[in-house]
Design a protein around this ligand. Structure first.
Ligand code: SF4
Length: 301
């Protein structure tokens, strides 16, 4: 069954109308006019209007082509993508200023082809955006830099307010779901190092459900993720990219009641904040609201 047929079997709680409206159109043109890509549009995210309307947006930086090929992700793959646009930091800073958002998630493709895997460019983006928008909170959703600490530290030194890296799925499914350059313990290592290197900076990760994981595996993932000091976790339904045959099929549409229960089980394990629901994505408005409030309280203290 391909993704289109799969979409026809969506349960009622996953059937929604895609967002439109003048504010969405204005913000879309702001980013497109500078050749910037928002994950919100690329992933046809159902939360777009809520997030953009509420003052957050997620940008994919370093281009739209990745050197990896995870089997859940709709981003294009190539061994040698085009070089990152040296003007991107300035364009991003101006677009975020125009959009008037107060929380921005910057996510990135993997660039295993570059000597520093893009760490320098990412750091430049954070610094430039911060210089142009001093009040804006930046969440940097990072790749794993194949576990190279100095590259991770280069980006953290640029001063993102939140450091995120997605574990994506439970340990047993990692080899099936993620690119072979990715790894479960490698991702936990990135999150551990981020917390050790900048203990005051909140760390965050995300798990997709519906790929065939068991409840015990989800709970073990919670424990593994808490053991490396992660503060924030989001849980959402995996959906196969529209019209795709080669991406992984959905094994289960997890019921909202189960998401609520998993959310409770995660909270019991001491996460500062948990967002869990069919439409929750790694960058999710509610989580950002919480973080922004926390960061501002810390700033005021
Ligand atoms: S590394 Fe990230 S952007 Fe690249 S294919 Fe995997 S999930 Fe997609």
């Amino acid at each position: 069954m391909d993704a289109t047929a799969e979409r026809r079997t969506l349960p009622p709680w996953l059937k929604v109308k895609l967002p439109t409206g003048p504010n969405v159109a204005r913000l879309k043109s702001a980013s497109r006019s500078r050749g910037l890509a928002t994950v919100c549009e690329e992933a046809r995210c159902p939360n777009l209007a809520e997030c953009w309307g509420g003052g957050t947006a997620t940008f994919m930086i370093m281009g739209e082509v990745c050197t990896r090929g995870c089997r859940f992700c709709s981003v294009d793959t190539a061994a040698r993508p085009p070089r990152p646009d040296p003007e991107e930091p300035a364009k991003l800073a101006l677009t975020l200023k125009e959009m008037g958002v107060d929380y921005a998630v910057l996510t990135t493709v993997c660039r295993d082809d570059l000597p520093d895997q893009g760490a320098g460019h990412l750091a430049e983006c954070v610094k430039t955006v911060k210089a142009e928008n001093p009040k804006l909170k930046i969440e940097m959703l990072l790749q794993d830099f194949r576990g190279e600490r100095t590259l991770l530290e280069t980006v953290i030194d640029a001063g993102p307010d939140v450091v995120a890296h997605n574990v994506e799925c439970v340990e047993r499914l990692t080899e099936t779901v993620r690119d072979r350059k990715a790894g479960y313990s490698q991702s936990l290592g990135v999150l551990r190092r981020a917390k050790e290197y900048a203990p005051e900076t909140p760390t965050k990760t995300s798990l997709m459900l519906g790929l065939g994981e068991t409840e015990d595996e989800i709970l073990k993932a919670f424990d593994d993720i808490r053991s490396v000091g992660v503060d924030i976790i989001t849980l959402g339904q995996y959906l196969r990219p529209t019209g795709s045959r080669h991406h992984l099929p959905v094994k289960e549409f997890v019921h909202p009641d189960d998401f609520a229960r998993y959310g409770e089980l995660a909270r019991e394990r001491g996460f500062l904040y948990v967002a869990s629901g069919p439409f929750v994505r790694s960058s999710y408005r509610a989580a950002e609201l919480f973080l922004k409030g926390r960061l501002e309280a810390k700033g005021a203290a």
